[in-house]
Design a protein around this ligand. Structure first.
Ligand SMILES: Cc1cc2nc3c(=O)[nH]c(=O)nc-3n(C[C@H](O)[C@H](O)[C@H](O)COP(=O)(O)O)c2cc1C
Length: 301
């Protein structure tokens, strides 16, 4: 018997495998394939203070090695989320991490305050959103903005706060340190990398938004590198994600210094992939006689 439990900011997870925000809805659509209580946590699609319609279509495209999306954070708003999605996840005995998005610091704080008395285990703050007060540059691309928003969110939050970092920066350790300085309880990384795809026959952009976030296997080595660098730079736990397709990919993140991992794009191809990743980590531990999964965290030599 191996011990798969991990702890993040005082919250114990059954195992280190979560869903990545935006690739698993709020769990309802996947519950036919996955017993949600078996996951480390369900991380929900980003939710804002009011409903967001999202971007014009087309807003997803396949690429070799993954996909691109420019969904534009379509979501029904916090009121619908609290009345429909939280009760469902609770009833499934899922550990719940709510991903939060916003256009201003006040938007984020409103959502976080609204969640204070809900049965939610942790909050994940998506700062890859354009800051309308700073000419639309994403909060997550400026260390000062990262520290400021982390501090404000932390002040309004009852649950532990995970700051989700953008990889679209020169040095991820700068924004990681800024989030830690602002009081983040944990970090998750990476969000999608900005890319562009062109349809050569129509001579148009593949996505109506022109640019989109690249995810899937193509970004895995970049994400592992960023998790390793971040683990050297901060003392708070890290949730690693980006291109996990199978247990081996997840184990690389653990060895690089992540305490837990999240599986995103792979859910679209195989809705039960998270359970296979958990089984694969267990098999690896048995093969290498590792008793506790925490022994793997940062164990790369
Ligand atoms: C269709 C889609 C929607 C996403 N929506 C969100 C979101 O709402 N909030 C967020 O923080 N990340 C969002 N992400 C980013 C993922 O959570 C994850 O960080 C990224 O896709 C890398 O993991 P992967 O390669 O396993 O997909 C989304 C990704 C995809 C593909």
């Amino acid at each position: 018997m191996v011990d798969l439990r991990v702890k993040i900011a005082g919250v114990e997870l059954k195992n280190p495998v979560m869903t990545a925000s935006g690739t698993f809805g709020s769990g309802m659509e996947y519950s036919e394939f996955v017993d949600l209580s078996q996951l480390g946590a369900v991380v929900t699609k980003g939710v804002a203070n009011v409903p967001w319609p999202g971007n014009p279509t087309p807003r997803v495209a396949e690429i070799r090695g993954g996909m691109m999306n420019a969904i534009g954070l379509q979501n029904p708003g916090i009121d619908v989320f609290c009345s429909r999605d939280i009760p469902f996840l609770k009833q499934q005995n899922a550990t719940i991490i709510v991903n939060v998005c916003g256009r201003t610091t006040e938007d984020y704080c409103e959502v976080v305050e609204r969640l204070a008395d809900e049965p939610v285990d942790m909050l994940e703050i998506n700062i890859s959103c354009p800051n309308v007060r700073c000419g639309g540059i994403a909060f997550g691309q400026d260390p000062k903005a990262v520290e400021a928003i982390t501090r404000e969110v932390r002040r309004h939050a009852k649950q532990p706060v995970i700051m989700k970092l953008s990889p679209n920066v020169t040095d991820i350790t700068e924004t990681a340190r800024a989030a830690e300085a602002g009081g983040a309880d944990a970090l998750s990384l990476i969000n999608t990398l900005t890319g562009m795809k062109i349809n050569i026959h129509r001579r148009t952009f593949a996505l109506a938004n022109q640019t989109g976030g690249v995810s899937g296997p193509a970004i895995h080595p970049i994400a592992v590198r960023m998790v390793y660098q971040t683990a050297q730079a901060v003392g708070i736990p890290i949730i690693g994600m980006g291109g996990i397709q199978m247990a081996e990919d997840a184990i690389e993140f653990l060895l690089a210094g992540a305490t837990a991992v999240a599986v995103g794009t792979a859910n679209f191809r195989n809705p039960a992939v998270t359970l296979e990743v958990i089984d694969g980590i267990r098999a690896y531990m048995e093969q290498y006689k590792v008793e506790r999964v925490t022994e793997l965290v940062g164990a790369v030599r």
